[in-house]
Unconditional design. Structure first.
Length: 48
């Protein structure tokens, strides 16, 4: 996670670590297998 933060900062982008979300919905969006589960999400985008 730290490397993602550092790289985003160097590109003048923002990111945040998200550890609480609806697992089933994220699995569907990411097309994960039944034996896979998301542990964290780190969206990256332009800073307003």
């Amino acid at each position: 996670a730290q490397n993602v933060y550092l790289q985003a900062e160097s590109l003048n982008l923002g990111t945040v670590f998200i550890g609480a979300f609806h697992d089933d919905e994220v699995k569907k969006v990411l097309n994960l297998n039944k034996d896979e589960r998301p542990l964290a999400i780190m969206p990256v985008g332009r800073i307003k």
